[in-house]
Each structure stands twice: as C-alpha cells, then as structure tokens.
Ligand binder design. Structure first.
Ligand SMILES: [Zn+2]
Length: 262
C-alpha cells in the first residue's frame, strides 16, 4: 500500500492533470508534519548530491543581512499565520542562470542569484519572497497532497507510518503548485506587504520585466502558472482593494546589494 501511494504521488507531481484538482481546505498533515517535511526537503536540497552551490553566509554577510531584513519586514507585517511555527531560513543559491526562488513546507526559503540580479528593487524582492513564504504559510504542499490523494489514503501514510514523511519529502522537490495556489500566493504576497512601507504590488515587477523581454526569457517554472499579464493585473488590483499605502521601492539600496553578489 505504502509503495503504491508513494508511486502515485510521484507520477501525479509530473502530471498536469493534478493541477486541476478541486480546491478544498482540508489538510490531514499537522503543523509538525509540515516542519518535518520541510526539514527533510531542506536536507536533500542542501546535500552535496543536489548539485546546488550556496553563497557563503560569512563571505556574503552583507547580502544575507539585506535579504534577511526584507524577510523580517514581511514577517513583522503580522499577516502570517505561522510566523512563530516555521523556520523562515533563507539560503542563497549561486546560480545566475536561474530566475527562481522556492520555499519548502515549514519555511526553508531558497533564492537563486539569477533572480536577485534580475530584479531591480527591494519591493520586487519582497513581492517574490512574500509569494514563496505564502506557499509555506498557507501550507500549499500538504493541502495539495491532501486534495490529490484524499484523506483516507494519506491518513494511512501519515498516521500509520511517520517514517513515510522522509519518502514523501522526495516527491515534494520540484512540486508544481496548482494555479489556484499560485493565485493565492500572489494575493498573500500583497497582503503581507500591505502594512509595510513597500509598494505592496512589488511582485508584479518580476512579471512586468519578464513580459517586457518577450516570450523567449520566460523561465520554465512559469510555464504552468497563470498568464503573467493576469498576474500583474491581480497584484495591482489586490493592492487597491486592500487600500495599501506603501510606495517605497528602495531601488538604489537594492542595486547596492546586487553589486556585492559574485
Ligand atoms: Zn509559486
């Protein structure tokens, strides 16, 4: 039974059909499960065999301090449900060719130097971090697994055999979120930034730049996501609807940080 379930998880993550699954707010996993899953995924991402190279946190202390401050500004918005439950630990991956960032369950955040160099201001970085942190805070990974496999089968895996967490975590690497979860992460990015001094629609900046550069530069991870144009609109509409007043972008400060990157 166990093997079959794990196999199903693996093939489902590779299949587009999974992303159309109905959105329910059920989650058979506990907060502790999210934390354990995240720690397992983080261990795999950070193992030598993953091939990721990380920026040294001492040599690049300025960059880490800067990015961590942006994260703290988001955490201090008071809008996250699991601010004190999850790790919210950032590691920067030295890879200029990847325009991406991701966050595991339980809040282990990974940011590629490629996206740091692509973005042009601090509010844009805050928007991207807010989006990734929302995936963890809204517990999208474990909600998605609950939706895909149903409560019964997962109760068997999770409750019956906690060791399976380790195996499930393998399937989480490379997980594609559903369109609804992407939309929700964008929405929460604005919500998190709204009480801060940032332009709360900062996340739109990433998509505006992608769009202005034409189709050829669209990173692979966006291909299954909602249309960039719709996402730009949604960021801006959400900002207006929530009455967010912040307008700061911190462009020169951001460029100063980028200059310290290798
Ligand atoms: Zn996302």
């Amino acid at each position: 039974m166990m093997k079959k379930a794990i196999y199903l998880i693996l093939i489902c993550f590779l299949s587009a059909a999974c992303s159309t699954s109905k959105q329910l707010n059920l989650n058979v996993f506990s907060i502790e499960d999210d934390k354990k899953l995240g720690a397992e995924v983080a261990a795999q991402v950070e193992s030598d065999s993953s091939g990721y190279k990380f920026l040294d946190s001492i040599k690049y202390a300025f960059v880490y301090k800067y990015v961590n401050q942006v994260r703290d500004n988001i955490l201090n918005s008071g809008q996250l449900g699991h601010r004190n439950d999850f790790k919210w630990k950032i590691k920067i991956i030295h890879d200029d060719s990847t325009l991406n960032a991701f966050c595991t369950p339980g809040g282990y955040i990974y940011v590629f130097t490629g996206i740091l160099k692509f973005l042009e201001s601090e509010d844009q970085l805050a928007g991207v971090l807010g989006h990734e942190m929302a995936h963890a805070d809204r517990r999208h990974s474990t909600r998605q697994m609950t939706e895909m496999y149903g409560v019964e089968i997962l109760m068997e895996i999770v409750a019956g055999n906690r060791a399976a967490i380790k195996q499930i975590s393998g399937a989480l690497i490379g997980l594609k979120f559903s369109r609804n979860h992407e939309r929700e992460a964008d929405e929460y990015s604005v919500k998190y930034l709204c009480p801060t001094q940032y332009n709360a629609a900062g996340g739109a900046g990433f998509f505006e730049k992608i769009q202005s550069q034409g189709g050829s530069k669209i990173p692979e991870f966006l291909s299954t996501h909602p249309d960039p144009g719709n996402r730009i609109e949604a960021f801006k509409t959400n900002k207006i609807n929530l009455g967010c007043k912040g307008e700061n972008q911190f462009i020169s400060e951001y460029k100063q940080m980028v200059r310290k990157l290798p």
